[in-house]
Design a protein around this ligand. Structure first.
Ligand code: BG6
Length: 462
């Protein structure tokens, strides 16, 4: 087979998941409750088809089978997250030995099958008790997170070398404190800024702690959903709108985690509008000293931005949208099954930006993928013929390949996701997996893309 797009030797081929979305066993194995268990109990009607976090693909009991499937499709790496409320029910205090056994088993099984585990510590799943203390608004919760991180490094750091503090830390800020799609459903920009800031401090404390452990070839990173911001035109008002959207949604985490400081323009905007969070002496130095070794980039879609056409209501609450409007670029390509724009070149633009402005930090695509509603309609001969997903991945890999050729320090590609999973409020609405999962029987079936990625991994390209 001739390979047109060959990737560097040792390229990481794999997929990403998160604990709450795949484990199931929400009330088993000594797990404590987290905000998803609570919110579902309070408002199950807000979840797609009323399906909650108890209904998953049951990785907790089926991880051995899943690791075999990963192996069959050529994965050399796999991302999972640890559930904080499983490892430390209640968020602080005693470690749950059943959880230690479970994660030990998963990690050992992966390694025995030559699949390197990438372990993330937090994927939207705050232990309920800590949320009741104020969640990320509380400085005490920052300390509890740092303790949790230390436990994880101590327990699993002898075998896991790639660690991540947070997945998409801006999503709980947006969902929980600005736009009402995550618990605790607050809409208040100042509180959102505090949550974002404390998450960053918690991240830096975990990085600092990580470096006190002697982890062989250990690397610590953060996983950010970067949505490159494209202005409608080159006129100054559109350019400014786009730059400010970039500050709020990308650079608010990218700059402090990779460069060690917040962009001055973002600080100025928040200060001018009375939205600055409360800080403590020493935080600035802590963030400065604890930049990441490795950056995971989740890329799904770009952000198209234009200057505001109407003035914000001066009496309305402060929102990032005071500074820009979104717009739909005419002729854009769409994933019509999810309603998101597809713009493959975005992946290249992100990587070039990292190369030019972020010291060419070592990075990888930690999530990219195509969600499809009602995917069963594409079943032929018992298999989902997801040619659209293969095209989607190819298109992105071509641009990633170009970025690498031009010197980007990019080491791998993980699809979201290994198998169809429960996705927060969207539950099982959008399917992303290489494997489909029958939610009743839990049976996994490879989609066409699973067979295709096996070839790609074997050839280290396509
Ligand atoms: C990613 C998240 O941004 O989007 C995942 O990290 C999530 O946790 C995925 O499942 C897909 O989201 P959705 O809403 O399309 O199901």
């Amino acid at each position: 087979m001739s390979v047109q797009y060959k990737f560097p030797e040792g390229f990481w081929w794999g997929s990403a998941t998160s604990a709450t979305q795949i484990e199931g066993a929400a009330n088993e194995g000594g797990k404590g409750r987290n905000i998803w268990d609570e919110w579902y109990e309070q408002e199950s009607n807000r979840f797609f088809e009323g399906v909650g976090p108890q209904t998953t693909s049951d990785f907790y009991h089926r991880y051995k089978e899943d690791v075999q499937l990963m192996k069959q499709i050529g994965h050399n790496t796999f991302r999972l997250s640890i559930s904080w409320s499983r490892l430390i029910p209640g968020g602080r205090g005693e470690v749950n030995q059943e959880a230690v056994t479970f994660y030990n088993n998963v990690i050992d099984e992966l390694i025995a099958n030559d699949i390197e585990p990438f372990v993330n510590l937090y994927h939207f799943d705050m232990p309920l008790e800590l949320q009741n203390e104020g969640g990320w608004e509380s400085r005490d919760v920052v300390e509890a997170y740092a303790e949790y991180a230390k436990h994880a490094f101590r327990l699993f750091g002898d075998r896991v070398s790639k660690w991540f503090t947070f997945n998409e830390p801006i999503v709980p800020v947006e969902g929980g404190y600005l736009y009402d799609f995550h618990y605790p459903n607050v809409v208040d920009a100042k509180r959102a800024a505090q949550v974002a800031y404390h998450t960053m401090v918690a991240h830096a404390k975990a990085v600092e702690a990580f470096r006190t452990f002697d982890i062989k070839e250990g690397k610590i990173g953060i996983i950010l959903n970067l949505t490159p911001s494209y202005p409608r035109s080159q006129n100054p008002a559109d350019l400014r709108a786009s730059r400010i959207a970039d500050l709020f949604f990308n650079r608010s985490f990218l700059d402090p985690s990779v460069l060690g400081e917040y962009p001055q323009e973002l600080i100025d905007i928040l200060e001018e509008h009375g939205q600055l969070p409360v800080t403590e002496p020493g935080d600035k130095q802590l963030i400065k000293n604890n930049t990441v070794d490795l950056l995971g980039v989740n890329y799904y879609q770009p952000r198209r931005v234009k200057a505001k056409e109407t003035l914000p209501n001066p009496y309305g609450p402060f929102m990032p949208e005071w500074f820009f409007d979104h717009y739909e670029m005419p002729g854009r390509k769409m994933n019509k099954y999810r309603g998101w724009e597809i713009y493959e070149k975005g992946i290249y633009d992100i990587m070039m930006n990292l190369k030019e402005n972020y010291g060419n930090i070592e990075s990888f695509i930690s999530e990219n993928g195509m969600g499809v509603q009602d995917e069963e309609r594409f079943i032929e001969n018992g298999q989902i013929q997801d040619d659209y997903r293969i095209e989607f991945i190819k298109g992105h890999l071509e641009w990633l390949h170009k970025a690498i050729e031009e010197g980007a320090n990019t080491k791998g590609y993980h699809l979201w996701s290994f198998m169809d999973n429960w996705s927060w409020m969207n539950a099982y609405k959008n399917r992303y997996g290489f494997f489909s999962v029958d939610i009743e029987t839990k049976e996994r079936t490879p989609k066409k893309s699973a067979e295709w990625i096996k070839q790609v991994a074997e050839n280290n390209g396509f």
